[in-house]
Design a protein around this ligand. Structure first.
Ligand code: ZN
Length: 280
């Protein structure tokens, strides 16, 4: 069985400490969550930056400090930096400043959508081309975040245009209000639209997190877990940490004989270049 690459999405930009007191929001808390999630078996840590008061930001300087703090603590995981909007706070091009840190992986949200009841998450094709081109120049692998089937087609256009190398690293993001629902028929349809050989992972929002973790394990995909997507361990029982959620995935994987990819095994699988020179 192909090794399982676990991504821990440790803080996000929409989850708040009002939802759970266990959410890491300071630089040190986020760095500690990265370390403990990596120790629990996550090969990839998906990061959002937050300022000193815990407010999400796309400020590249804060990302630089966060990455340095994580590496100072000895964490060898692959770091996957968000190019999202910090909860609607960052304009399109401000979102891309963090790419200059040349992380091994960065997200690319492959289309625009309603996001909840009030926000539109804006990702026009012209922006996607700029982002993909800069990632290619800097040797950053885009994680293709797709929230519905149309976004898969957008990403395939970028592949056809030579801006993204096939087959791509795909994250199917399911259960957001405004995006594709987290049901098996939808997942099966979306998986059928991916290029041959695609590296894929599923994420489910809220109660869908665990069921899509299980579907990925059963269907041979990769897994994303963490407090960004879901704050509960069981119904009405908050998860106490990101590592607790990662640990459950590693236990289930062990039970079904699915080996867990180390960061270096994940680098080999995904064709990553390895950790960049230390951020100074
Ligand atoms: Zn994110």
């Amino acid at each position: 069985m192909q090794p399982l690459v676990i991504t821990a999405a440790v803080t996000g930009s929409l989850t708040s400490t009002e939802q759970t007191p266990h959410l890491p929001v300071t630089l040190d808390e986020i760095a500690d969550a990265a370390v403990t999630s990596w120790q629990a078996g996550a090969a990839i840590i998906h990061l959002h930056a937050r300022d000193d008061s815990g407010v999400p930001t796309q400020d590249p300087e804060i990302y630089r400090r966060l990455v340095a703090r994580i590496r100072d603590k000895g964490c060898e995981a692959i770091l996957n930096i968000s190019t999202g909007s910090a909860g609607g706070r960052a304009q399109l091009d401000e979102r891309l400043g963090c790419l200059e840190l040349a992380p091994e992986v960065a997200t690319l949200d492959c289309g625009s959508m309603n996001f909840g009841d009030e926000r539109v998450f804006e990702n026009p094709m012209t922006f996607l081309r700029r982002a993909a081109a800069r990632m290619r120049e800097l040797g950053v692998l885009p994680e293709l975040e797709v929230f519905d089937t149309g976004m898969i087609e957008n990403a395939r256009r970028l592949i056809d245009e030579g801006l993204i190398a096939p087959p791509g690293m795909w994250q199917l993001c399911l259960g957001v209000r405004g995006g594709a629902p987290a049901d098996h028929a939808t997942v099966a349809h979306m998986l059928g639209r991916l290029p041959a050989g695609a590296h894929w992972s599923l994420l489910g929002i809220g109660r869908h997190q665990l069921e899509l973790n299980l579907a990925s394990l059963a269907w041979g995909g990769h897994v994303r877990t963490g407090l960004e997507d879901n704050v509960y361990y069981l119904p009405r029982q908050l998860a106490t940490s990101n590592a607790q959620l990662v640990n459950r995935v590693t236990r289930i994987a062990a039970e079904i004989g699915r080996p867990i990819a180390t960061p270096d095994q994940a680098r080999e699988l995904l064709g990553l270049r390895g950790v960049a020179a230390p951020v100074s």
